[in-house]
Structures are given as structure tokens and as C-alpha cells.
Design a protein around this ligand. Structure first.
Ligand code: 5GP
Ligand code: ZN
Length: 114
């Protein structure tokens, strides 16, 4: 997707602070962090949103979560706790239409959400 910010981050056309990369996913620090740790974990393949997922994507989406777990440990926030968020479309406030898992932590968060 030529006009997708996250596709450009994945190819290196837009600079980012990457924290993890493998053949399926890329993880980088959010430009406007909402918590001391705020990492975006994205599939290397473009998918607009959760609404566009197919059964073929199930392994990939599972891999986003195991990557998040690994990064939470790496960031030292696993024990204290963290939040994983995927926003979908307008009511949830999705602004970048390349599916992404937010990993947020490093300080207590408000609850409930929404
Ligand atoms: P959404 O609101 O779609 O769930 O989340 C999009 C996230 O992408 C926001 O937290 C925003 O700060 C982040 N973001 C938008 N543009 C860029 C960018 O160019 N670089 C990085 N690292 N993060 C970005
Ligand atoms: Zn994309």
C-alpha cells in the first residue's frame, strides 16, 4: 500500500524507532506515546483493520500477541501489567488503517476503558 504510513515504516521509507522485526511482524515506538512504554506491533503485510481479517490471518494475529508478550518482558513491564489495544474504525478512534496492536505500560492506567 503506497499511501500507508505503517507500510512505509515497515519498508524503512519513514523513519521509526524499531524494537523488533521478524518475517511476519514489525514493532516500533509510537510517535506520540500515551504511556511510558507505547509500542505498535504491526503485521508486515497490509491489512486495513480487524474487519478485514480472514481465517488465513489467524496465525499472524496470534503472533502479534506472542510478540507483545515478549516485548512486555523485554521492556520490564510484564509483572506490573500492561494493556493491549486494537482500535477499529471511527468509534474506537482508529487513525491509521494498517492493523496494529498497541502495547501500553509503565504506569498505572485508568479503568474502565471507553
Ligand atoms: P490508532 O489511533 O489508529 O489506533 O493508532 C495509531 C497510532 O499510530 C497513534 O498512537 C499514533 O501516535 C501512531 N502514529 C501515527 N503516525 C505515526 C508515525 O509516523 N510513526 C509512529 N512511530 N507512530 C505513528
Ligand atoms: Zn499498510
Amino acid at each position: 500500500m503506497t499511501d500507508c504510513i505503517f507500510c512505509k515504516i515497515i519498508t524503512g521509507d519513514i523513519p521509526s524507532t524499531n524494537v523488533f522485526r521478524d518475517e511476519q511482524v514489525t514493532a516500533f515506538r509510537d510517535l506520540h506515546p500515551a504511556a511510558p512504554t507505547h509500542i505498535m506491533i504491526v503485521p508486515n503485510k497490509h491489512i486495513d483493520s480487524v474487519n478485514m481479517l480472514t481465517n488465513d490471518d489467524e496465525q499472524l494475529i496470534g503472533h502479534l500477541f506472542t510478540t507483545a508478550k515478549q516485548l512486555a518482558a523485554q521492556e520490564g513491564i510484564a509483572e506490573d501489567g500492561y494493556r493491549l489495544i486494537i482500535n477499529t474504525n471511527a468509534n474506537a478512534g482508529q487513525t491509521v488503517f494498517h492493523i496494529h496492536l498497541h502495547l501500553l505500560g509503565g504506569a498505572p492506567m485508568q479503568h474502565p476503558m471507553g
